[in-house]
Each structure stands twice: as structure tokens, then as C-alpha cells.
Design a protein around this ligand. Structure first.
Ligand code: FES
Length: 139
């Protein structure tokens, strides 16, 4: 897969989301995003709710997707998968920030100006827990 390849389309869930991380090409802070799929159509958004922007839609196990809507599990806001518009909840009318993706030869690629694909999963810096290290088991 090329550098901007996120994952094979088949690996993108239709009943959830796949979490990935992108980074500005100028070296700025990494940004989490989620991609979801309906058939061969894929959409991606930045991984935060429009109600409280410090709340992630996907904490690593996939966001809840119900009736073709992404659901924020904090206060129940729903966002249409197609457009990212909030149809119910405290941020009704707000729209998730889209991230450009496209499918080529069965693979989802990032197509977002100014950003490059970094990794699948969340932003390690954001998730890092203090003091957890794996040692080599020496005595
Ligand atoms: S933080 Fe998402 S609905 Fe309140």
C-alpha cells in the first residue's frame, strides 16, 4: 500500500468506525479521524463530537453507528454518516469536520490537503499513560 493508504475497504466497518491518525505535513500536531463505510462509499471525520470537542466519537473500539448515523455516547447526539450533520442532540445542526478519503483499487486512501496518513489507531501521544513501560525482564 502507498503512504496515504489507510486500509483495505473490506476492513472498514459498516456498523462502526475505524480509527486512524493523520498529521499535518508541516509537522504540526497529529489529528485523530474515523472512517466508516456504506457499501463501497466511505466517509471520514475528525474524531470528536461537535458538542464537547474533547469527547471522542471513537475511543479505539469503533464509534457507535445506528441507522446510518454516528452516535456520540456522551449525550446521545446523532450525526448522519453521509454528511456528518447532527440531526438530534445538544449540537443539532452542527456538522462534523470532514476528512478527505477516497477508494482506489479496493483501498481507502487519505486525500486531505496538507495532511499525511500516520497510522491506524489513535494518537499515541494523546493516549500515553504515565509510567507504563515494558521492560526486558532482566533481573
Ligand atoms: S459530548 Fe457528544 S453529545 Fe455531548
Amino acid at each position: 500500500m502507498s503512504d496515504d493508504a489507510i486500509a483495505p475497504v473490506a476492513n472498514v466497518p459498516t456498523d462502526g468506525t475505524l480509527l486512524f491518525t493523520i498529521r499535518p505535513v508541516d509537522g504540526g500536531e497529529a489529528v485523530e479521524a474515523v472512517v466508516s463505510r456504506r457499501g463501497d462509499d466511505v466517509v471520514a471525520y475528525r474524531n470528536y463530537c461537535k458538542h464537547w470537542t474533547d469527547v471522542r466519537l471513537d475511543t479505539g473500539d469503533g464509534a457507535l453507528v445506528r441507522d446510518d448515523e454516528l452516535v456520540c455516547q456522551r449525550h446521545g447526539a446523532t450525526f448522519t454518516r453521509e454528511s456528518g450533520r447532527c440531526t438530534f442532540g445538544p449540537c443539532e445542526g452542527a456538522v462534523l469536520d470532514a476528512v478527505g478519503v477516497e477508494v482506489t483499487d479496493g483501498t481507502v486512501h487519505l486525500n486531505e490537503d496538507g495532511f499525511s496518513f500516520e497510522s491506524l489507531g489513535g494518537d499515541d501521544d494523546r493516549d500515553r499513560s504515565s509510567g507504563s513501560r515494558v521492560g526486558f525482564g532482566g533481573t
